[in-house]
Ligand binder design. Structure first.
Ligand code: MRU
Length: 414
């Protein structure tokens, strides 16, 4: 795995990049205990649905690796593991990845304990090993999952592009078909316009084990040379867009522009044709059974705007973000965050020479501190505003029986 890493892990050792210090400082904190992981997640030093689940799982894996004398038998150890996992579950409530990871870890350790022998020390060691291996697999799987989402998402968007061939391209297409041998599948992609996209919040390497989901699709589009330009929103109030996504886009040298959340409508209105803005791509914290999707506050209004401007609205999410037990978005618990996330901001001092002084960061008030504040961290986008949900298994489609199925998106011959 190369590039930016929010999470660094080797057995017995976990380090988490403090995202509250980005983009000015690059500092990793050691996480040795579940309590440290809980604080790290709650304070949003690490955030993003997959990263939260990974850090919680690995923190307990590190504890179990380092502290081997806690329980006298495997059932006692399972009890201890479950209580730690229940505690971690309370860190942030909206993203389902954490609860899915916890369910998996609980069932796999319980199975291991059920197969215990009379050698209690060996049984405890086995339960520990099973837990650690499952936690490590969650980390590994997330990365391969993201690469698949990136590839599927890029193919999906390129295919949409085909449907909106510009007049210039339409002429080229006609020329191509009339001069190509019979059976030619399509126009070489170089004659199509590259596409531009908008993304919200941060769904990149910083929110996952690497590559990212929605931002992973943008990375893949860029790598495949299909991307013209990526726009990212500031993502008020906690600025995951300006602090983190802008940083990732610059780091990866992807052509990109930062806008405030309130500029999206104007961007779509003024630049849709000029910049060929084809899609809004966002991540998900929880996709309900009917496709309603909880994601960072501000996602819903982007979906409404996209619909009004005929722009595709695409959700990129691993299957671990799908919650089949929640019927619709109405039942998703939305986390409310602290007032000061709206009324204050942390910034680094900029010198007269325009240089950022990384050693001098300050928390400053940007509103009357007495004002009442409503600060929901997420909103729910109804499924009828979503054009596609792209997972590592392909596009989510509804079967005739009303259940989810996954349709792989194979690269077309062009
Ligand atoms: O509050 P955050 O920063 O954890 O919110 C993150 C998001 O809403 C992301 O879009 C979502 O978790 C998907 S991350 C791949």
């Amino acid at each position: 795995m190369v590039g930016l890493q929010a999470i660094k892990y080797q057995r017995g050792n976990l380090q988490v990049l403090d995202q509250l210090r980005l983009p000015h400082e690059f500092v990793y904190d050691d996480v040795f205990t579940c309590e440290e992981a809980f604080d790290c997640i709650k304070a949003m030093r690490v955030r993003g649905a997959p990263a939260i689940a990974i850090v919680a799982a690995l923190a307990l894996a590190v504890e179990l690796e380092q502290k081997k004398d806690g329980a006298s038998n495997s059932q006692e150890l399972v009890k201890y593991i479950n209580s730690k996992l229940d505690y971690l579950m309370g860190s942030r409530p909206t993203a389902v990845d954490l609860s899915n990871a916890i369910k998996l870890l609980k069932s796999r350790t319980q199975n291991a304990a059920s197969n215990s022998t009379s050698d209690e020390a060996a049984s405890c060691a086995n339960v520990r090993t099973v837990f650690i291996e499952v936690a490590e697999k969650i980390l590994e799987d997330d990365y391969t999952t993201n690469l698949a989402i990136g590839r599927y998402g890029a193919e999906y968007l390129r295919r949409q592009q085909r449907a909106i061939v510009t007049p210039v391209d339409a002429e080229a297409e006609l020329r191509y078909y009339t001069t190509s041998p019979p059976g030619t599948q399509g126009l070489p992609d170089r004659t199509y316009r590259k596409l531009s996209v908008l993304t919200h919040c941060n769904t990149g390497s910083l929110a996952t084990s690497g590559h990212g989901t929605a931002l992973g699709i943008i990375r893949s589009l860029h790598k495949m040379n299909y991307l013209d330009h990526a726009y990212c929103t500031e993502t008020r109030p906690y600025n995951q867009g300006s602090r983190l996504t802008a940083f990732e886009l610059v780091y990866e040298e992807i052509p990109s522009t930062l806008i405030t959340d309130s500029m999206a409508g104007a961007l779509f209105h003024r630049k849709k044709e000029e910049m060929n803005i084809s899609a809004v791509i966002v991540g998900a914290d929880r996709v309900a059974r009917n496709g309603d999707t909880a994601n960072k506050i501000g996602t819903y209004q982007l979906a409404v705007l996209a619909k009004a401007h005929g722009i595709k609205f695409v959700v990129a999410a691993p299957t671990t973000s799908i919650d089949l037990e929640t019927e619709s978005g109405d039942s998703i618990k939305i986390e409310d965050r602290a007032k000061n996330e709206l009324t204050q901001i942390t910034g680094a001092v900029v010198g007269k020479d325009g240089k950022v002084d990384v050693n001098h960061t300050e928390r400053v008030a940007i509103a009357d501190q007495r004002i009442n504040v409503w600060n929901p961290s997420f909103d729910v986008t109804p499924h009828d505003l979503i054009d596609a949900i792209i997972t590592e298994k392909g596009e989510v489609v509804r079967s005739s029986k009303g259940t989810f199925e996954f349709k792989p998106i194979m690269p077309e011959r062009w």
